[in-house]
Design a protein around this ligand. Structure first.
Ligand code: ASP
Length: 308
């Protein structure tokens, strides 16, 4: 019997799904380009899928124009609370942090939790754990940018928030970041990082910290990272649904079917990026745009797109 072909290394990143305004498209292109280039450098030199996605997500967390790390959206108290998660498809280990307030790189915190005896740490306990496990803290105010202070004022001026449901994907910024990779050994990893949704209730946790909702990786199926209105994504378990669909569908079809279900059954808005265990790449979104970039061993240069 013929041996199966060796796995094809591939990387896909996203910087959120929503109606990205014209004057923000260039910043999204730049963020996705920097992330795909740095993450691809890791993969092409034989590095691990996990390291590639942490590298890509860290770069987007450093980008003030995106909703992760510094520059994230503010909650109703005018503070930044960050969620992030990561999963290793080789052993199905996962780690997440939620509502952390003192870290520019919550993905580093999620990765630290992944290798601990827990899966998810939240709030002040998570802040404390990270500090005592080698992640350098910052002041909570260091995460706040003037742009987001103004955005929150505008949002609050519209009156009490009913929730992002009606606006999500149109008015509300959704520059959450995420990445999925398969490395040359066939290991798959996925992760995501976000400030959540603007004007959220303090203590609100979205999908991005939760394995199976905001991200999922399984070497036997593939890897997924999600973005969009977190509540429907949580109820659906979107990332896990895509992974299950990957057993009988290619990455493109699995992504498309899951987003159709998110819309028709859960009234959700958002997008997914996907890599199948054969290295095939897919994505789908039901918002006006989704900033994304991907690269694999057969491409000469990365694709940057999703309406940006
Ligand atoms: N899914 C994120 C959340 O609800 C937001 C986003 O992806 O834009 O927290």
């Amino acid at each position: 019997m013929d041996k199966p072909p060796p796995p094809r290394a591939a990387l896909i990143v996203h910087a959120g799904a929503w109606a990205i305004p014209d004057d923000e498209r260039e910043a999204h292109r730049a963020g996705c380009t920097a992330a795909i280039e740095a993450g691809w450098e890791v993969l092409k030199t034989g590095g691990r899928a996990l390291d590639a996605i942490v590298t890509a997500i860290r770069i987007m967390e450093d980008d003030f124009s995106l909703n992760a790390g510094r520059g994230s959206v503010l909650n109703l108290d005018g503070r930044v609370e960050l969620d992030a998660g990561i999963m290793d498809g080789s052993d199905l280990s996962a780690g997440g942090v939620a509502a952390v307030t003192r870290y520019k790189h919550p993905i580093d915190g999620a990765e630290r939790v992944r290798t601990s005896r827990h899966v998810l740490l939240v709030g002040s306990g998570a802040d404390r754990y990270l500090e005592t496990h080698g992640i350098h803290p910052c002041e909570p105010e260091d995460l706040i940018t003037e742009r987001e202070v103004e955005r929150l004022k505008e949002l609050l001026a519209k009156g009490p928030q009913k929730g992002p449901g009606t606006d999500f994907g149109m008015d509300l910024p959704g520059d959450t970041v995420g990445a999925v990779a398969i490395d040359q050994t066939g290991n798959i990893a996925a992760g995501a990082s976000t400030g959540g949704v603007a004007g959220k209730m303090p203590g609100r946790m979205g999908d991005t910290a939760i394995p199976g909702s905001g991200y999922f990786a399984d070497n036997l199926a593939g890897g997924v990272s999600c973005t969009g209105w977190g509540e429907p994504i949580l109820r659906m378990g979107l990332a896990r649904r895509v992974a299950d669909l990957l057993r009988d569908n290619n990455a493109t079809d699995a992504a498309w079917i899951a987003i159709q279900e998110l819309e028709s059954r859960f009234k959700g808005k958002g997008g997914v990026i996907v890599i199948g265990r054969d290295g095939s790449i897919g994505f789908s979104y039901n918002t006006p745009a989704m900033a994304l970039a991907y690269m694999d061993e057969e491409m000469e240069m990365p694709f940057i797109g999703g309406g940006i």
